[in-house]
Design a protein around this ligand. Structure first.
Ligand code: PXG
Length: 453
């Protein structure tokens, strides 16, 4: 370790509390300090070059060398570094970003409420939904149905909407959120075929509405494809059934597109990939290519019309709602996406190449399932393909596989026993080959470690 890295790490370990981290262990052992990035590569303070198979944290979809975004932010900071959108004021980047988002999102969306993050956007969803049902004279409709193993953020509302037990154990959550099972066929499908399983879990929504009472349920929130939960691709039958139930039972549908949006699935939004028509849509992350914090809720006409015609304030907002520099980053990002064929290529060429190369690993002795769409994927590690028995308790095998990837210069994630990948959409075919080759080598090493195959 060089001297510089040593002192940086010391400072980090002594003073910096990291998110979703064993704080005590980190303060003893420290971590990797990322010091620069280019195109699809990150570099650490020791000079190691790592192919970023996760696009940062699912956000740098266009990689790290988009100078037009950086320039737009700098120019905006010089012109108007900050002003708020409260008290009948607005500013040009935020109003232009609102229009630009309306232009790229599905037709029912003509309004946006800006936040700084996906978590805050999901808090905002609850505020919007509660206000909406008060205004339409159904004040008892305050409960929300979410799913086990969902991830919707880490504020109190975001973590309550999330279905992660390990988060719920550490705080007192909202008491009006209910959880149904996720459409995770590999984990829970048993003997059912995928489509029968999809219908079965979708109908849990109907059962939960009946259990709590239709007069109390306001909304159902879900990621079209669960990201942090393990790139769970729902069976084909799932989303049409969910849409039917929401339509028939007077339930608003909230699509959390924080990971899926802006091209990840091969369409602008996963709602389009699955043919659903959400009433509200959460956005964040890739909206600025991760260059600046920005989130928001796209508010569909059904809800917006009520809010706009109600009279009276909507008493919600954040100091930085629609921050000019973040919106400038968003505008520059949308300009790249609009002016290029990056999303189209993700759908037609690069995505299929990633999926085909990964699918070929299905025969590997420790691979239980390969699933994915567009530019994200998961590979489940098993000891026994037929029984889906895991290689080791507590997902230890996935940690070995992940560490082996990182040691070879590839950043991927381990979620439970699934290896997760969401590389930048701007990868070339050759770069996808490098990624998959490194990943395959890590699978071999993991198999060797457990003496399988
Ligand atoms: N919704 C979804 C679907 C997300 O994936 C959020 C909301 C919250 O966004 P903010 O901007 O508040 O973080 C997310 C965030 C992981 C991981 O381990 C995923 C996220 C955040 C941190 C870690 O995969 N997603």
């Amino acid at each position: 370790m060089n001297a510089d890295t040593k002192s940086l790490r010391q400072m980090d370990q002594s003073h910096h509390l990291h998110p979703f981290t064993d704080l005590g262990a980190y303060s003893q052992k420290g971590g990797r300090i990322i010091s620069k990035a280019e195109h699809i590569y990150i570099y650490d303070s020791e000079g190691n070059k790592i192919l970023d198979g996760m696009s940062g944290l699912w956000c740098c979809n266009l990689g790290y060398s988009q100078n037009s975004i950086a320039e737009a932010v700098y120019a905006q900071l010089q012109e108007l570094p900050y002003y708020n959108n409260f008290f009948n004021c607005s500013n040009q980047p935020s109003l232009e970003m609102a229009k630009a988002l309306v232009d790229v999102t599905p037709e029912q969306f003509n309004h946006v409420f800006f936040t700084n993050s996906g978590s805050e956007a999901n808090d905002t969803n609850i505020r919007l939904v509660h206000r909406y049902y008060d205004l339409v004279g159904k004040p008892d409709k305050k409960h929300i149905i979410s799913r086990k193993n969902a991830y919707h953020g880490s504020t109190i509302a975001g973590a309550s909407l999330s279905g992660m037990d390990y988060m719920h154990k550490q705080f007192v959550g909202l008491n009006y959120i209910h959880y149904i099972n996720e459409p995770n066929w590999f984990a829970d499908g048993g003997e059912l075929d995928k489509n029968a399983f999809g219908l079965k879990v979708a109908r849990e929504l109907e059962a939960m509405i009946d259990e709590v009472g239709e007069d109390k349920i306001a909304a159902f929130i879900a990621e079209p494809v669960q990201g942090a939960g393990g790139v769970i691709i729902p069976p084909d039958t799932y989303w049409p059934e969910i849409q039917r139930i929401c339509d028939e039972r007077d339930i608003l549908l909230i699509a959390d597109e924080v990971i899926c949006g802006f091209g990840r699935t091969g369409e602008w939004f996963a709602s389009e990939s699955f043919g659903i028509k959400p009433d509200l849509m959460t956005i964040a992350k890739a909206v600025t290519n991760g260059y600046m914090p920005l989130g928001g809720v796209m508010v569909g006409d059904k809800v917006a019309d009520v809010l706009l015609s109600s009279g009276g304030d909507f008493n919600h907002g954040l100091t930085y709602s629609g921050h000019p520099a973040s919106c400038a980053a968003g505008l520059a990002t949308l300009k790249i996406l609009n002016d290029s064929n990056i999303i189209e290529t993700a759908k037609s060429t690069i995505g299929p190449h990633l999926q085909t190369r990964l699918a070929a690993l299905s025969d590997h002795p420790i691979v239980g399932e390969v699933r994915g769409m567009g530019m994200f994927a998961a590979v489940e590690l098993v000891k026994d393909k037929a029984t889906r028995e895991r290689l080791a308790p507590e997902s230890a095998a996935a940690v070995i596989c992940r560490d082996s990837c990182v040691a070879s210069g590839l950043m991927v994630r381990a979620t439970g026993d699934a290896m997760i990948m969401a590389p930048p959409l701007v990868c070339s075919v050759e770069e996808i080959d490098i990624l998959v080759d490194k990943f395959a080598a890590a699978l071999d090493k993991t198999a060797d470690h457990y003496k399988v195959g």
